[in-house]
Design a binder for this molecule. Sequence first.
Ligand SMILES: [Zn+2]
Length: 289
Amino acid sequence: MHRLKAAWAIAIGLGIATPVMAAGVSGASALNFTRRAVEFGPRPPGTPANTALQNYIIAELKKDGCEIIEDAFVANTPKGKIAMKNIIAKFPGKSGKAIALTGHFDTKLLPGKFVGADDGGSSTGLLLELARVFARQPRVDDLYLAFFDGEEAFGEWSANDSLYGSKHLAERWGKDGTLKRIKGLINLDMIGDKNLNIPQETNGDASLRRLVWSMAASLGYKAYFTDQQIGEDDDHMPFVRAGVPAIDVIDVDYTPWHTDGDTMDKISAQSLEIVGTVIYESVLRLEHQ
Ligand SMILES: [Zn+2]
């Protein structure tokens, strides 16, 4: 017994008693963060579950030693005024330039029990995993990880009823000068599908898209980042309209989309790790150009 205790004491003293995590993006860790988010149940803006998830995101980000910005606002929706909050993690660099990774954490208000494992969950989980990985490195550019509230429409999707959080942050960052500093913004949405295939969203910035797709090809992931082209209105668009080089990484081909079938068994650690690794490496390349 005593000998065992001594061994543990030595191990802790040497810092080898902490769990061993790979240096890069872990799909298992991203999936675990996603599961924790999904366990809050349906998370439309203004609900207690949405607030509980905000608090979970903030608690996790606190472990990463970043600056945490809580961007609270009130949105005019078809359901009336609803309090929403974006959460932004900032990892400061020295160049004066900035890179942003974004995604939404809310789920669509639907009858039934829509928990959005892929749609809302996967973006939350992967952003938390990326925060964990980036936290342990010095940064060249400021790195922002923005978790958007209110991506989903309350009624039929329209210019007025959608993208509440990203529109709000684009406006805030326009006023405070952040937009002008952004070299690239990559939005992540529905990136956990077991059957991963990400088409090229062409409303976004072509040169940033080429950088990410060529990174995917060089990592051996060409099969998952396809040549198919689509146009999609998503959280990147308020930034595209404001002149920011922004793209959307989204797997729109997802059968349980906006149904109660969007559950954890439909998504995989492997898909999260593939997308996370491509995004991670793309950020490093962006920092050095
Ligand atoms: Zn959705």
